[in-house]
Design a protein around this ligand. Structure first.
Ligand code: 5RP
Length: 235
């Protein structure tokens, strides 16, 4: 049986190589990011100079406990690097994120960053996205309407609950619809259908955002770098 927690730890530790003094970094959310935070705190204790923008309240709390200096996007609107986990990663480094409910802040922080590295265990690597339900963050007022629209484009959508009878509320005060599509053969096309639905705040498809995936597999870390797509051949 693969030890997924061990793989997450290895991937998190490998990302430290990419963090240099003077950088401003985006700090991701989730159990893999939570392995990185104490390691980074220790490096800072030994003299590494970095500032971080957290992608969730949970990450901010943990980072503070670990002695990581935190900033807001107002103070640091441009970041050097974001390191974050993911729920699925395909061969083109397209991602599904938001299993932990932080996709909106995660996408904003990633979009403000020059580079993004994802840290995952090997179970997250997939040939095609879509086995993991795609999280879609919605304005609470509109979720029933958005749910219907998402169902019209093929999703089986369900409102995420924090406990029975209580809707999950994100750090930005929104709800999340978890959408099963079976498979997502064309993520940019699906993103272009979901984005314009009135009431959708953001979705968990990260396309052309991630530059490098560090994948823990057994006792090794595999590196997958994003390849630019070759230009279309002219005929
Ligand atoms: C939170 C996320 C997480 O990065 C994603 O859910 C992966 O989490 P974990 O590292 O716990 O598997 O997108 O919104």
């Amino acid at each position: 049986m693969p030890d997924r927690e061990h793989e997450k730890k290895l991937a998190a530790a490998a990302s430290l190589e990419h963090i240099e003094s003077g950088m401003t970094i985006g700090l991701g959310t989730g159990s893999t990011a939570e392995y990185l935070i104490p390691l980074l705190g220790r490096r800072i204790g030994r003299g590494l100079k970095v500032r971080a923008v957290p992608t969730s309240r949970r990450t901010a709390e943990l980072a503070q406990e670990c002695g990581i200096p935190l900033n807001t996007l107002q103070e640091c609107p441009r970041l050097d690097l974001t390191v974050d986990g993911a729920d699925e990663v395909d061969g083109r480094l397209q991602l599904i994120k938001g299993g932990g409910g932080a996709l909106l802040r995660e996408k904003i922080v990633a979009s403000a960053s020059r580079r993004m590295i994802v840290i995952v265990d090997a179970s997250k690597l997939v040939r095609m996205l879509g086995a993991f339900p795609l999280p879609v963050e919605v304005v609470p007022f509109g979720w029933p309407v958005v749910k219907r629209r998402l169902e019209e484009i093929g999703a089986q959508a369900s409102l995420r609950r924090s406990q029975p009878g209580e809707a999950f509320v994100s750090d930005e005060g929104n709800n999340i619809l978890d959408c099963r599509f079976q498979s997502i053969p064309d993520p940019p096309r699906l993103a272009s259908k979901i984005g314009p639905i009135a009431g959708v705040v953001e979705h968990g498809l990260f396309i052309d955002r991630c530059d490098l995936a560090l994948v823990g597999r057994g006792d090794q870390v595999e590196k997958l770098a994003r390849r630019e797509q070759p230009p279309l051949a002219l005929t």
